[in-house]
Ligand binder design. Structure first.
Ligand code: NI
Length: 255
């Protein structure tokens, strides 16, 4: 059975069939899902999903896209919600210089990234990090906070991966690994030990081949497991088994 460590089932892309889709997860081989908060004003949607479905867990935090909308109340809310039993991580947090090019925006993102990492450290929760075109700043900040965590949708070189792996962090691997042109990521997956990889969808985005471009869901994760298995010369069952154990250990969701 598979654990999806990063999903957004509160997204409006699921409004038409969310209930039916989530009820089909177990039969599709999906045992647990972490629904990850991203936007200011969106926390309650994740809390509702956690309360309604026993197999859904939560991560609470604000994506760098929304860093400029954060206030002290937002940070207080993150801390309060992090105390919930099924809230297993602080995320998704980080830096995005692809969509935000101004130095002033980078300063705000870095400040809010650190503030949320402080909460993760104080509450003893792992973090889930989003980082795009901000490799060096992300690495420097994460070095200050070396407790457990996942670098979500890892998109940098093998050399950067090596730095995170040395810190004992996990790399979140999703649909991109199935794309023909994802040479860098395929190299990273071959190089990284299976004991430091976890599966994720980032659904509704990042659907793997053969469903690339369509709405993604956790039901597509067997394609991701298969692609990792081929790159590593092992079976998909082994990938599914070990990545599940990795996620259970990091997120504290054994049972
Ligand atoms: Ni995400």
């Amino acid at each position: 059975m598979i654990i999806d460590t990063h999903a957004h089932y509160d997204d409006e892309a699921f409004d038409t069939d969310r209930e039916a889709l989530l009820m089909s997860m177990y039969d599709g081989g999906i045992e647990k899902i972490v629904n990850v908060c991203a936007s200011v004003g969106g926390f309650q949607d994740t809390v509702d999903l956690m309360e309604k479905y026993p197999f859904i867990y939560g991560a609470v935090g604000i994506h760098p896209d929304d860093a400029d909308k954060m206030k002290q109340e937002t940070l207080d809310e993150i801390r309060r919600l992090s105390h919930m039993d099924k809230m297993v991580a602080i995320g998704e947090i980080g830096l995005d210089y692809y969509w935000h090019k101004e130095e002033e925006e980078h300063q705000i993102q870095k400040k809010m990234f650190r503030a949320q990492l402080d909460i993760a450290r104080e509450e003893k929760l792992p973090f889930m990090i989003h980082s795009r075109e901000a490799a060096e700043d992300t690495l420097n900040i994460v070095r200050e906070y070396m407790q457990g965590g996942i670098i979500h949708c890892f998109s940098y070189s093998r050399e950067i991966a090596a730095e995170y792996l040395k810190m004992g962090l996990y790399l979140g691997i999703g649909g991109v690994v199935t794309f023909k042109n994802a040479k860098k990521l395929k190299e990273t997956v071959q190089y990284a030990p299976l004991s430091q990889l976890v599966l994720e969808t980032d659904c509704p985005y990042m659907s793997p081949e053969p469903n690339r471009g369509k709405r993604n869901s956790s039901l597509n994760l067997p394609y991701v497991a298969q692609a990792i298995a081929e790159l590593k010369g092992i079976t998909a069952e082994e990938v599914i088994d070990v990545t599940r154990q990795n996620a259970e250990k990091l997120l504290g969701i054994h049972q």
